[in-house]
Design a protein around this ligand. Structure first.
Ligand SMILES: Cc1cc2nc3c(=O)[nH]c(=O)nc-3n(C[C@H](O)[C@H](O)[C@H](O)COP(=O)(O)OP(=O)(O)OC[C@H]3O[C@@H](n4cnc5c(N)ncnc54)[C@H](O)[C@@H]3O)c2cc1C
Length: 460
């Protein structure tokens, strides 16, 4: 029997397709890398997933898990063809138990929908990607997504207590538990998080949920020298404060925000830090005082405590508008994810930012830098005409130079967006002596390399 007929037998005519127009829609994500699948199938239960994966295993064809395709590194792009498993219909919130600090969800649940449901009980799921409105919990698990508040609350891995997973041979296993702690042998739950779907398909997740902070305050500090940024973050930690968010806007980002939204009117300085503090009213008051005095001690030109909701919203609107601002700079230029996600030890942030400025100048590609400096994670946007091959190649070379610089400074080329197909080179360079062990683990789980092949590793 043809594979498409077998898939139809499992999920029905409506949820399996080999129609070229449907396949095209599944050939890309938010990266520049593309790959056509041979089939697309949309399961609604673990049993269906297990049957589809068993079929792929028997026929030795690739199987590629997909959430909403918002990934930046081609994680869900079928670079070797095969079956794309679109999991967005598995979107039930199965259980919310705030007394015991957990929720059980299917992988297709949208992050914002989960938090809307938890907000009814004044709880939340802490990892906070900016793609909250459209990314799925399965995709967040695949990429170990994080965001602005992971400094205080941790990345996705820190908030996953257990999983149900369909392994590459179709077996269903469970890891972890509904308890906040578990030491049951090797931490397989953690291994599946950030695996880019290369070890199995997540069909259920037990997530840690926590009470929402009762009070929040925002501080903005302006600096005339980039060098002070690393110093001030360290000074804040030394006062015993871990901010909920600690975001940097470098001169380049300030400029594009002011061009895009003049009403925000950010000052013309070298760097701005925007800091959020969350907790009880008394703790937040004390933390604001600590942050303000740290910023002043290190030499901020001005420190502002946003007093009203409007002031806070304006500051964060500026930070959140960086991406859109870059798109408006020049309608001919997109901002593909090139050299876009890297991290360095906090004290080395100024050196890294200087490197970015140097690489921008040398390459002739304008760059905008910003990021989650509290955890050393930076992003760069490069407005590039992707139809101009020479310009694109120059941008890619500049992107590589950025990642090389991050590694030289003791940092990482893989802090937040997963590996997918685009960061394979960096996994090898960064993991060095641990690389063979990672390859060996992949082979134990997936000896025939059918589970999302061409991601994390390129195995021949
Ligand atoms: C505007 C924008 C802002 C973003 N902001 C952030 C941010 O702040 N922080 C951040 O970390 N990321 C961010 N991202 C990247 C992306 O949104 C996240 O990585 C997100 O978690 C991906 O979710 P998704 O459902 O789209 O997954 P997809 O792109 O569909 O898949 C991502 C990876 O997960 C795997 N996967 C998906 N579902 C499963 C499953 N059930 N089982 C096993 N593997 C699975 C896929 O195979 C793939 O490798 C942003 C993207 C955009 C476009």
């Amino acid at each position: 029997m043809d594979i498409i007929d077998e898939l139809i037998q499992i999920v029905g005519q409506e949820r399996a397709s080999d129609d070229k127009t449907v396949l095209y829609a599944y050939s890309r994500d938010s990266s520049l890398i593309t790959g056509m699948p041979d089939y697309v199938v949309r399961p609604v239960s673990t049993e269906e997933v297990a049957k589809i994966v068993s079929l792929a295993s028997q026929r030795k064809i690739p199987i590629v898990p997909r959430g909403m395709g918002s990934g930046m590194e081609a994680g869900c792009v079928p670079v070797h063809g095969g079956i794309v498993l679109d999991l967005h219909n598995m979107d039930k919130i199965l259980e919310v138990n705030t007394d015991c600090l957990y929720a059980v969800v299917e992988p297709g649940v949208i992050h914002a929908n989960l938090n809307a449901r938890l907000a009814e009980q004044d709880f939340f799921f802490a990892p906070d990607p900016a793609s909250t409105d459209f990314c799925t919990i399965g995709g967040m698990i695949g990429t170990n997504a994080s965001g602005m508040t992971c400094l205080k609350y941790g990345d996705t891995r820190k908030s996953v207590l257990g999983l149900e997973v369909v392994l590459p041979d179709g077996t269903i296993i469970n890891t972890g538990s509904r308890t906040v702690k578990s030491d049951c042998g090797y931490d397989l739950t953690a291994l599946f998080v950030g695996a880019d779907g290369t070890l199995g398909v997540v069909t259920k997740a037990i997530l840690k949920v926590i009470p929402r902070p009762r009070t929040r305050a925002t501080v903005a500090a302006y600096f005339d020298e980039l060098e002070k940024i690393g110093e001030v973050v360290v000074a804040i930690f030394a006062t015993g404060v871990i901010p909920a968010a600690c975001e940097l806007l470098d001169r380049s980002a300030i400029k594009v925000i002011n061009q895009y939204k003049p009403e925000i009117a950010l000052p013309d300085v070298d760097a701005i830090l925007i800091i959020n503090l969350e907790g009880s009213a008394a703790a937040v008051e004390e933390e604001v005082a600590g942050v303000v005095s740290s910023c002043k001690k290190v030499g901020a030109i001005e420190v502002k405590t946003a007093a009203t909701r409007e002031e806070v919203d304006a500051l964060w609107a500026g930070r959140r508008s960086v991406g859109s601002a870059i798109y408006r700079l020049d309608p001919k230029r997109a901002s593909p994810n090139i050299g876009g996600d890297y991290g360095v030890p906090i004290k080395r942030l100024p050196e890294m930012l200087r490197e970015v400025r140097r690489i921008a100048e040398e390459s002739g590609i304008p760059m905008v830098a910003f990021g989650h400096v509290g955890d050393g994670n930076l992003h760069t946007h490069m407005p590039v005409n992707v139809l101009d091959e020479e310009e694109l190649a120059r941008a890619e070379k500049a992107g590589d130079a950025i990642y090389e610089a991050a590694l030289k400074l003791g940092g990482t080329a893989t802090p937040e967006h997963g590996i997918g197909a685009s960061k394979i080179r960096w996994v090898k360079e960064e993991s060095k002596s641990a690389y063979p062990l990672m390859l060996a683990i992949k082979k134990v789980f997936d000896p025939h390399n059918i589970m999302n092949p061409g991601k994390i590793f390129e195995i021949s």
